[in-house]
Ligand binder design. Structure first.
Ligand code: 16G
Ligand code: MG
Length: 543
């Protein structure tokens, strides 16, 4: 390590005095103007992680669904996964080190993690379309270079595309080619082959309206469109040509406001979807004949996908273990439907993709989705091999199903939840099953629900257990929630400190919207009273 050079360059990316940041659920996130030093330092850290794992590490510059003025950064581990927890701690430590402590912290991390500093390092970098992203990714590159790492800057990419690149590079090209072209070709080939088998695709030209949140998804989908246009025509809205990133549009807006994005005209029964700002989330929706808005969130996406996979397995005659992974935010109706009607085992983890991803890896086929639309399906290597063999050997009908499954495996981005990949999987399944968006929506009816935020002095006073479904501290809070929940039918509520914002989140569901709203409000008051609320007392929800 050339400590002199590190000190010199670090001073050019100085940390604002007193600024403390945390490597949160999905990396660092805050106002873009406070992030230059973090970017430089994450470049340094990526080099150390790369040396330690002897693999390519990814660095993505994005703040996803957050406002355009924000930015963020996260590291991607060798198999496309989120950074290992011990390294998250190093990231926080390094980001908060005062200038004079930088050398010591770097040496500390290297020693603790037994990093061989002689080892080569390779880092790949991607960024979203935020105005601040280009300069910030340059700071990452400065960090990589100072520590002697090699790098490839992919420039503009969706977050899942960067995960894909990392995965490809660390699996010797077996997963795919680590180029944007390679990504387009792999997914489109699988999609076109799949949709060719749809018996009803000939009668109806399939088209879909896509709200791209004025983000990177628009650019990438536009580039990719002609690769799969045989199977699907997409019409892009909020493509960044005029509107502001994530402003009144995008998956997060649509899911949390339960209404369509601005800038998209929807005719009744048209299939529409929204990506978020870095295209790792997707939700679907439509207007019925009476003009009512219907949201199809991550839970219903997981249901469609897992039931289709299960059907294929039955046809092939394989009994593989398939599991669905959700979080506490999953609508109670979805969990009930999966368990009771589809007889698929369901597991609940803490919020944040890394927790779901990890759990899903325990199954032959693990389908994971957060209600907010972030998810994918993972297939174990053994399953992939088995299916490939079946596709060669089995007789007619079974072979067809095995071939479909093979294409589906290729179509899912197994390195991360991916709006583009998920969209193509969903479109293929709808085509193959001849389902309309309403028929898909009718699988089950969501329980009415409400999410609220409460401001408290220190959100760490709330700790939870049982995959965030129960509060352990402060004392009395869970008992208060239990008493409130008892007042309503089909009700459930929980609270958790946000991992990305300085608030406590409240979730409630019940048999009617009015009850869900009341319950959420009452739970908010309990949080305010028992967990040190600040500012104005929570107000009742106005419908
Ligand atoms: C991040 C997570 C997302 C999670 C959300 C929760 C990743 C890539 N993203 O955006 O999965 O749903 O945080 O936010 O893990 P919250 O803690 O503020 O509720
Ligand atoms: Mg995102």
């Amino acid at each position: 390590m050339d400590l002199g050079a590190i000190t010199k360059y670090s001073a050019l990316h100085a940390k604002p005095n007193g600024l403390i940041l945390q490597y949160g659920t999905a990396g660092f996130r805050t106002k873009a103007e406070h992030l230059d030093h973090v970017m430089f330092r994450m470049g340094l850290l990526a080099v150390l992680r790369s040396k330690q794992t002897k693999s390519t590490i990814g660095v993505m510059v994005t703040a996803s669904h957050n406002p355009e003025e924000d930015n963020g950064v996260k590291l991607v581990d060798p198999l496309g996964e989120m950074l290992a927890p011990s390294w998250e701690e190093h990231a926080t430590c390094l980001a908060n080190a005062e200038e004079q402590d930088m050398q010591r912290v770097l040496i500390d991390i290297s020693e603790k993690e037994a990093v061989n500093l002689q080892q080569d390092a390779f880092v790949v970098i991607g960024r979203d379309t935020r105005p601040s992203s280009e300069k910030l990714s340059q700071s990452v590159i400065d960090g990589v270079t100072v520590l002697g790492g090699q790098f490839h800057d992919y420039g503009l990419l969706t977050t899942p595309q960067l995960h894909y690149m990392v995965y490809c590079r660390n699996t010797g090209g077996r997963y795919g080619k680590a180029t944007i072209e390679g990504y387009y070709q792999k997914l489109s080939k699988a999609f076109v082959e799949l949709t060719k088998q749809a018996s009803c695709s000939g009668d109806e030209y399939r088209s879909l309206k896509v709200d791209c949140a004025n983000g990177i998804g628009a650019l990438k989908l536009r580039e990719m469109e002609h690769y799969f246009s045989q199977g699907l025509s997409v019409q892009l809205f909020n493509d960044g040509s005029k509107g502001k990133l994530n402003h009144l549009c995008g998956a997060d807006f649509v899911k949390s406001h339960q209404k369509p994005p601005q800038g998209m005209e929807i005719k009744s029964n048209e299939r529409c979807c929204s990506f978020d700002g870095d295209a790792d989330r997707i939700v679907y929706y439509y207007h019925d004949a009476d003009g009512h808005f219907h949201l199809i969130d991550g839970d219903k996406i997981a249901t469609l996908i897992s039931s289709f996979l299960k059907e294929l397995l039955v046809e092939i005659g394989e009994s593989l273990n398939i599991g669905v992974v959700q979080t506490a935010y999953a609508n109670g109706s979805s969990t009930r439907y999966l368990e009771e009607v589809m007889k698929v085992p369901v597991y609940c983890t803490k919020t944040g993709v890394k927790h779901l991803h990890h759990k899903a890896q325990e199954f032959d086929i693990g389908v994971y989705f957060e209600a907010n639309g972030h998810g994918t399906a993972l297939f174990s290597t053994a399953v992939e091999m088995k299916i490939k063999q079946s596709a060669e050997q089995l007789e007619d009908k079974k072979r067809k199903a095995a071939k479909m499954l093979e294409n589906i495996i290729d179509l899912f981005n197994q390195a991360a939840g991916d709006a583009i990949s998920d969209m193509l999987v969903i479109e293929a399944i709808l085509a193959l099953k001849g389902l309309t968006v309403q028929q898909w929506d009718a699988l089950y009816t969501d329980l009415p629900n409400r999410q609220l935020k409460v401001q408290v002095a220190d959100r760490r006073v709330i700790s939870t257990t049982n995959a965030e479904r129960q509060a352990v501290t402060p004392p009395g809070l869970q008992e208060a929630i239990n008493d409130l929940v008892k007042k309503y039918k089909l009700s459930r509520a929980f609270v958790r400190p946000s991992g990305t914002e300085d608030v406590v989140r409240v979730y409630a569901e019940a048999d009617s919207q009015e009850s869900a709203d009341h319950l959420a409000h009452e739970v908010s008051l309990a949080v305010f009273q028992l967990a040190g609320g600040i500012g104005e007392r929570p107000q009742p929800v106005t419908p």
